[in-house]
Design a protein around this ligand. Structure first.
Ligand code: AP5
Ligand code: ZN
Length: 215
């Protein structure tokens, strides 16, 4: 099965994607992670997108569609699209790319969280630079301060775009360019809203229920 996790910044897409990797053996395709990788490895593309990302604006459709096309061309199935598509053009491109492979997106999970909660989540977030585990100062701290529970690394990081100013821009970009996808997928009969405000385990259960309904 192939699914899309759709939701505003901080909705918990990455957190749920990691659960699905572990529990269902799915493969996460996060355009945010791909772009951050390009940024830190200092490629031409990485340099071009760095400032755009740090400001909280969307990177061009051309670049992100190119990244996804490359990953899909490498083969495999059972994808979790995390943070992609984010515009109607990206949604159309994904549909075309999947159709070329004789596949289609089975379900779109829309994670609903209100703005107030998003600000609290983003401002407390940190991640492990080694294994990618996502933490939160209040809702998901590490067991030992400064040490990743999963891999023991002390390389815990905060993102350059997780500040109040960039978050405001990220939310505006979401409402302007990404939220129209809710209607797009609803019209296709593919939309499955879940309550993203619930505890991580409860959200995971709701997501699991959506996956189990896929024929
Ligand atoms: P991206 O990396 O995709 O970031 P985002 O969409 O802003 O999403 P986040 O990673 O911030 O949040 P999340 O929903 O994964 O939440 P998380 O699980 O971490 O994109 C970054 C940038 O890259 C974009 O701004 C853009 O510039 C560019 N980009 C990426 N894709 C693009 C595309 N397709 N087109 C154009 N540009 C693109 O959780 C957040 C926090 O909350 C964590 O601390 C977590 O521990 C906590 N938490 C999670 N769930 C819960 C819960 N249920 N209860 C309590 N706390 C929780
Ligand atoms: Zn780790």
């Amino acid at each position: 099965i192939d699914i899309i996790l759709l939701g505003p910044p901080g909705a918990g897409k990455g957190t749920q994607a990691r659960r699905l990797i572990e529990e269902r053996g799915l493969v996460q395709l996060s355009t945010g992670d791909m772009l951050r990788e390009a940024k830190s490895s200092g490629t031409e593309m990485g340099k071009r997108v760095a400032e755009v990302m740090d400001r909280g604006e969307l990177v061009t459709d051309e670049i992100v569609i190119g990244l996804i096309r490359e990953k899909l061309a490498a083969g495999g199935k059972g994808f979790i699209f995390d943070g992609f598509p984010r515009t109607l053009a990206q949604a159309d491109a994904l549909e075309a790319l999947m159709a070329e492979m004789g596949q289609h997106v089975d379900a779109v999970v829309e994670m609903r969280v209100d703005d107030e909660a998003l600000v609290a989540r983003i401002s407390g977030r940190f991640t492990c630079g080694n294994c990618g585990e996502v933490y939160h100062d209040v809702t998901k701290p590490t067991k030992v301060a400064g040490v990743c529970d999963v891999c023991g690394s002390t390389d815990l990081r905060r993102r350059a775009d997780d500040n109040a100013e960039s978050l405001k821009t990220r939310l505006m970009e979401y409402y302007k360019k990404t939220s129209p996808l809710i209607g797009y997928y609803y019209a296709k009969g593919n939309l499955n809203p879940v309550d993203g405000l619930a505890d991580i385990d409860d959200v995971a259960a709701e997501v699991a229920a959506v996956l189990d309904r896929i024929p």
